[in-house]
Ligand binder design. Structure first.
Ligand code: SAH
Length: 407
């Protein structure tokens, strides 16, 4: 049994580094494109840099996740994370009457570690339910699909069948996933979706979109403010009236609309974990678009295709895009969610059974739940159809129960 996945921990928060170097072929390609068609939005830039089929970060880079990659995610830190998510699914599914068959859909599954841990836990806790499950992975990168297949099915297994038994299908788009009763999960997926950035013109106070253009001196990439309104200006509404700088991810909004409409129509629930703000109204300035390479912050306009690009998730915005027939819970801090799911008890059991790994287990636990690490910046958010709302006053979704403070 693998207990500890990484010995060197660093989530996507670190120190800033810049590097001066020659332009890569990919950077030259982007410069040529901008010369031909004009400055591009940050959303277009993110889409191109992360997902270009021949040179993109997720489509071509060998090592993305883990201590030898650019950043580490919760499922890669410890199996305990996936075990808690599996228990959440089983628990909430049971409350809805264990509707069968059940589809498990994961968005942006990275190395497939979270789904592998979910299936292992389901097999251990409710083995009789295995024949009722099917798995659907929504992944845009063909390279990542292969990594996930190796993790879930093994090299020598039957194609498209997981080691635990359920069939696994891969889809490039969410719209291709078959309709039916579904539990959706996504960890650090929404932060990879493109954002548009806007800042206020200091004189007119109008919103100006931040674009990527080229510098005349050396043809390097640089940020500029659009002098006219762009199409994306239509996404800015009165919710941002009090703010000075904002980031909006319409793509995230469409994904949330689709997930919540499916849950309303066919039943199920969604569990989303990511870093971000509970409310954009907490800040006047949101400026979180950034790049990571080798666990360090770096210049997003340098090393294109070699560094991950990411932005904080705006949970207020996700909530606003949830169907009116669905109910959202959270966001709650990761520490609250995992603690209510019993991660501390699980860690103690693992330590007793594997005393030689006790220190490592404790370190992973601390990393996942300590407020200085991933415990408070990372949040959990869930969506249920309003048809099951009657259960919730008495049985709040586990992990989202907010204890009343003692007077
Ligand atoms: N969930 C994983 C990995 C997060 S990295 C974990 O927690 O370890 C982001 C993942 O989302 C990668 O697998 C990337 O290829 C995928 N991805 C990014 N943009 C996507 C899109 N638009 N559609 C589908 N998958 C996407």
């Amino acid at each position: 049994m693998r207990l500890l996945r990484q010995t060197v921990f660093s989530s996507r928060r670190a120190f800033y580094c810049t590097s001066k170097q020659e332009k890569s072929p990919f950077e030259r390609e982007l410069v040529a494109k901008i010369k031909m068609t004009g400055p591009m939005s940050i959303a277009q830039f993110m889409q191109e840099v992360l997902m270009n089929p021949f040179k993109g970060y997720y489509t071509t880079k060998e090592k993305v996740l883990g201590s030898s990659g650019d950043f580490i995610t919760s499922p890669e830190i410890s199996q305990m994370f996936g075990e808690c998510v599996a228990i959440w699914i089983i628990h909430e599914w049971r409350k809805m009457g264990s509707v069968k068959p059940l589809q498990l859909v994961e968005l942006g599954p990275g190395h497939g570690t979270l789904m592998a841990d979910i299936l292992k836990t389901v097999k251990r806790l409710v083995p009789d339910e295995i024949p009722n499950l099917s798995v659907h992975m929504v992944e845009a990168s063909d390279k990542m699909k292969l990594v996930q297949e190796a993790r879930l099915c093994g090299y020598s297994g039957e194609k498209g069948v997981s080691k635990q038994g359920p069939k696994v299908d891969w889809h490039t788009r969410l719209s291709d996933v078959p309709k039916g009763f579904t539990f959706f999960v996504a960890n650090e997926f929404f932060d990879a979706l493109p954002v548009h950035k806007f800042v206020r013109d200091p004189e007119t106070k109008n919103w100006q979109e931040v674009l990527v253009d080229i510098a005349t001196e050396d043809e390097s990439l640089k940020f500029v403010r659009s002098r006219q309104k762009t199409l994306a200006n239509h996404y800015v509404d009165s919710a941002y009236d009090h703010m000075e700088a904002i980031e909006i991810s319409p793509k995230s909004g469409i994904v949330i609309e689709t997930i919540s409409e499916r849950i309303v129509e066919h039943g199920g629930a969604a569990l989303i974990a990511d870093y971000g703000n509970a409310s954009c109204s907490e800040n006047k300035v949101v400026d979180s678009f950034r790049a990571f390479q080798d666990h360090q912050l770096c210049d997003p306009l340098k090393n294109v295709g070699q560094a991950d690009l990411t932005a904080d998730v705006d949970f207020d915005y996700l909530k606003s895009k949830t169907s009116e027939h669905a109910k959202a819970f959270g966001p709650v801090p990761q520490s609250q969610f995992l603690t209510q799911l019993g991660i501390v008890v699980r860690c103690n059991l693992l330590k007793e059974a594997n005393p030689e790994h006790a220190d490592e287990l404790q370190r992973s636990l601390d990393f996942l739940i300590s407020p200085q690490k991933m415990g408070s910046r990372f949040k959990f958010f869930s969506i249920f159809p309003k048809t099951v709302e009657f259960i919730h006053p008495q049985y709040t979704p586990v992990g989202f129960y907010e204890p009343k403070s003692e007077k």
